[in-house]
Design a protein around this ligand. Structure first.
Ligand SMILES: Cc1cc2nc3c(=O)[nH]c(=O)nc-3n(C[C@H](O)[C@H](O)[C@H](O)COP(=O)(O)OP(=O)(O)OC[C@H]3O[C@@H](n4cnc5c(N)ncnc54)[C@H](O)[C@@H]3O)c2cc1C
Length: 523
């Protein structure tokens, strides 16, 4: 009945699953990765929705991918090539002014001076608090969710209590209000506090989400984001190439229906198409709900875990709009249809904290934001080969539009929601609607269906502080081992959470190897 036997099976080829597979294969284990789609990468994927246009369907920029992963797995040798955006972002304002943020903080402060002398003077002090928090938290990323004692030790010393309060209780808006007076300066800085999150910038805990988005150090630039050559699929391809070089096998069109469990021990998997594979350990890269309630089954789990998973709201509110453009957006705040700095970083459409909070208040009432926040990326402006000559790609990451709408279905309202996003962007770049040659709108339900993430939640569950530390993957259950012996979780639903990060995949592999040393045999 079995189509093969392995030391380890990884369910899902998201970047975390691939990273676990590569580490296990590097340690000499015989590894099989099973991916339900016909393409690897999960939310880390480049696709060609229209001939000649290549876009990052979901994740679009990289910052967090651990340097340890890049060097341990030799990813640069396998094609991983990231370049920090510079400018990092461009913010056009409705009154015709604009703000850039650059890698060089002196240049950014010169931009801030246009809005407030006081804010330019406060800029370094604002980053000092984050530098301290990041230094405290960085060592806690390599390993299972930290214990209370480990957290206490990390936050010892001067400012420790304040830093912990800021990280776990503050709102991103409250923190910004302490340092800055200008709405224009605060507006782009608050965005990182709500990315992928069902909360507004004035909600407590959003400072943690901000922290999560600046822990990356890209080529020596703390908190910077960059494009990966070829789009985000190239991240997954480089990890897969490394894993294969160490001997891992990767099968696509291989959807796991059920994890075989006998006497409380995972023994292998059964695929939807009838194939079965046996293994000493099974790692699931799928989200906790899909893994536990879908592939494992309640009968094999403690009721507390089942309730925790069921009670967790995993519904996302992100909309991704993919565009093929005949010409570049021409911004009122900085005109020009030739490639300029306004096209090569993130374009942030969010003029104020209040604007973003209002966008969230709409979503709380189950309405798509009347005025959505968005980040636009035109990777083709910085790299040839992603669009036909003279044409461009653009992707818009937008919030918010709820999974459950107040009226109608996503199928009925997808076009209307997409049209409102385009119309809102056109308030800043009026030529956009006329420049669109192709458009695809992906709401939370589309992300769920296409990528296989329950609820379309981009992080496999909120990354607000109550769902981190000991609350990930479920309240009261932290770490990578599950209550089913030899079954592990290795995806974004585990500590230290989502994004193209690699920490869950790396930590999980380390735990499997530590647990199994001397037990797994290489066949
Ligand atoms: C729209 C969007 C935009 C984002 N933007 C960014 C960004 O710019 N930068 C960033 O760092 N992060 C971003 N993120 C978040 C980031 O992409 C994810 O948190 C991360 O990629 C999750 O990786 P993962 O490997 O844990 O899981 P996933 O990427 O979700 O992979 C899970 C894999 O498991 C597979 N799978 C599920 N069930 C089964 C089954 N039964 N059998 C076989 N295979 C199965 C799925 O098909 C999928 O390939 C974004 C996410 C989305 C959705």
């Amino acid at each position: 009945m079995s189509s093969g036997r392995y030391d380890a099976i990884v369910v899902g080829s998201g970047h975390n699953g691939l990273i676990s597979a590569a580490y296990l294969a590097k340690a000499g284990r015989r590894v099989l990765v099973l991916e339900r789609r016909n393409v690897i990468g999960g939310a880390t994927v480049t696709e060609e929705p229209w001939p000649g246009y290549r876009l990052s369907t979901c994740s679009y920029v990289c910052s967090l991918l651990l340097p340890e992963v890049i060097s341990d797995l030799g990813l640069k040798r396998h094609g991983y090539d990231v370049r920090a955006l510079d400018p990092q972002y461009f913010v056009p304002f409705p009154d015709g002014r604009h703000l850039f943020s650059f890698l060089d903080s002196a240049k950014t402060k010169a931009q801030i001076l246009k809005f407030s002398e006081r804010d330019a003077a406060s800029y370094d002090a604002y980053w000092e608090i984050w530098d301290r928090i990041i230094a405290r938290m960085r060592p806690l990323l390599a390993g299972p969710g930290p214990t209370a004692e480990e957290i206490e030790r990390a936050f010892e010393g001067p400012h420790g209590e304040r830093d912990w309060e800021t990280l776990t209780r503050a709102s991103v808006a409250g923190l910004l209000d302490e340092y800055f007076e200008s709405e224009e300066v605060k507006a782009p800085l608050c965005v990182g506090g709500v990315i992928g999150t069902n909360a507004g910038p004035r909600d407590p805990g959003t400072a943690y989400v901000k922290y999560h988005h600046i822990i990356g150090n890209l080529e020596g630039h703390q908190g910077a984001w960059g494009f990966v050559r070829g789009g985000m699929g190239a991240v997954a391809e480089s990890i897969a190439s490394s894993a294969r070089a160490y001997g891992a096998e990767i099968l696509t069109d291989a959807e796991v229906a059920r994890i075989e469990i006998q006497d409380g021990v995972a023994r292998g998997v059964h695929l939807v198409d009838g194939r079965s594979f046996e293994a000493d350990v099974v790692l699931s890269n799928a989200d906790p709900e899909r893994t536990f309630l879908g592939m494992v089954g309640e009968e094999h789990l403690p009721p507390g875990l089942v309730d925790g998973v069921k009670d967790t709201d995993t519904k996302g509110s992100v909309v991704k709009v993919l565009l093929a453009l005949g010409e570049l957006p021409d911004f009122t705040a900085l005109p020009g249809k030739e490639v300029g700095p306004q096209h090569t970083g993130a374009v942030v459409i969010n003029p104020s904290i209040d604007y973003l909070q209002r966008a969230w208040e709409d979503c709380k009432r189950r309405r798509p934001s009347e005025k959505p926040f968005m980040e636009g990326y035109i990777q083709s402006a910085t790299e040839e080969g992603l669009a036909p000559p003279g044409r461009h790609t653009m992707s818009l990451f937008c919030q918010y539009a709820p999974y459950e709408l107040d009226r109608g279905t996503w199928d009925q309202r997808r076009d209307e929601i997409g049209a409102n996003i385009i119309q809102t962007f056109a308030e800043y770049a009026p030529n956009l609607p006329g420049a669109i040659e192709h458009i695809e709108v992906l709401g939370p339900r589309d992300i769920e269906t296409r990528i296989g993430i329950t609820g379309g939640n981009i992080f496999h569950g909120e990354i607000l502080p109550d769902r981190m530390f000991g609350g990930r993957p479920a309240p009261g259950y932290s770490g990578y081992r599950t209550p089913v012996e030899n079954l592990y979780l290795c995806g974004a639903g585990t500590w230290p959470g989502g994004a193209v990060f690699g920490a869950p995949g790396r930590n999980c592999a380390a735990e499997v190897l530590a647990e199994s040393s001397g037990r797994l045999t290489v066949r």
